[in-house]
Design a protein around this ligand. Sequence first.
Ligand code: ADP
Ligand code: MG
Length: 401
Amino acid sequence: QQAQQQKGSVVDNIKKMEQQREERRKNMQEMKREKAEREEQNQILGKNVDVEFEIMIDKTRLKGGLIQEHQTTQNIKLCVCVRKRPIFKKEEVGGEIDAISCANPMIRVHEPKLKVDGITKYVENHDFQFDNTFSEVEQGKDIYDVSLAPLMDLLVNQGVVTCFAYGQTGSGKTYTMKSIQELLATDLYKLISTTPSYKIFVSFFEIYGGKCYDLLNGKAPLQIMEDKNNNIQIQGLVEKPSESEHELFQLMELANSVRTTHATVANDTSSRSHSICQIAIRQGYSDIGKLILVDLAGSERAQDTQSNNRQRRLEGAEINKSLLALKECIRAMDSGQGHVPFRASKLTLVLRDSFTAKSNKSRIIMIACISPGSSSADHSLNTLRYADRLKDKSNQAKIQL
Ligand code: ADP
Ligand code: MG
């Protein structure tokens, strides 16, 4: 009887193995068919991508429509959000796969990898969660409406609102900032329309290699000084009055163009400089509110410390220092910690008011911009990790308790 039982289980095992083999064969056939179909489709679309990676990524994409509900981030001191820009046709022609998927508030980086054998492909997925994530089909207005628009009242109530765009070069920082500038120009004049004594003033400068240059005054160099009351002053910075929405928009456009003209592909300083637009609302000599828009240097430049060009290396070190200092200052402000180490870099020095204004009057919005291309996965991960560390999670846990 025992022998018969053993024989039975051997037969069972053989059957099982055959079934498994059959299943594997089917899967392989299915894979082949899928691959062939994709290849054909991609050829029509002009995409030169690795279809195996593409299929693997598509299988693990976050689900959810491209347009999502977003929460209004009015009542938090620090709002961290992410914007994914669309992938460009020329990137797909060049072999890039869209390696980011969003389902607000989640975002996933699909990182294509090879096993140690050097041939077996696999995809490593990395998930993050933020206050809001915006997909490639969402517009600047979608970000503005839930992040900045709800803070307008603060700007006539002694508030200081600071909005940053962070990310690698080409990820959409300037694109995002420009649409925010345009929307703000309209809303600011609506905001002050009922109080004719409120006036708007603009200054716009950049920090490059640790030095300041005036973008509303032909890039004139500027000195940062601290007066005897410990106020940070930028000596000689031109501040232009603006009388209308149109004038404000034109001033911002002028500064944007001064920032990027004369830049060549090989020497585009705009990716190595931080630009800072300050808009003050005043009544006579008293400050009513302040808005600061910061288009940060390309985050990948912080790695230029390994460049074999000395100038680049120094610039990279300066950018690295300022982005780290910014993180520390934002963390300190978010956690309500007394000491904000704003002296650690020129960037944080000139932004001192953003971190030290009375905490219920100060708001920070960080927009982390990411490029979707698979070859940017590494940079995108760095950007998302930076953004993720801005929030003092331990503090949030305490509040929830
Ligand atoms: P960065 O300032 O981060 O270097 P840019 O803002 O200059 O990047 O964007 C790089 C390119 O991508 C530009 O040509 C820009 O017009 C385009 N771009 C960026 N974001 C978007 C978007 N959300 N939709 C369409 N095009 C975009
Ligand atoms: Mg830019």
